[in-house]
Design a protein around this ligand. Structure first.
Ligand code: SF4
Length: 84
């Protein structure tokens, strides 16, 4: 998986979340859907939180809620969202 300065990938067990920070517009719907997984940093750009995440369904719902497709979710190396 290619990593750039503006994409951050965080892994827990077999789940990986990638935030494309240059796309994020700080809409914060990901935080509403999955508050234990996503947060906004001081620049109002999404980050993945430390500690226990929400269950996978909520993480995917958070990614699906993002209006600019700035969140990618992988499980065991397989892309769950976005699917295209
Ligand atoms: S929903 Fe998307 S645009 Fe909004 S804060 Fe989360 S990652 Fe950023």
């Amino acid at each position: 998986m290619e990593e750039s300065q503006n994409a951050r990938t965080v892994k827990h067990d077999d789940i990986e979340i990638r935030i494309l920070r240059e796309k994020c517009i700080g809409a914060a719907t990901c935080v509403v859907y999955s508050p234990s997984t996503f947060d906004l940093d001081e620049s109002n750009i999404a980050v993945v939180k430390e500690g226990q995440w929400d269950e996978l369904e909520k993480i995917v719902a958070g990614a699906q809620s993002c209006p600019v497709l700035a969140i990618e979710v992988y499980q065991a190396g397989k892309k769950l969202y976005p699917t295209s």
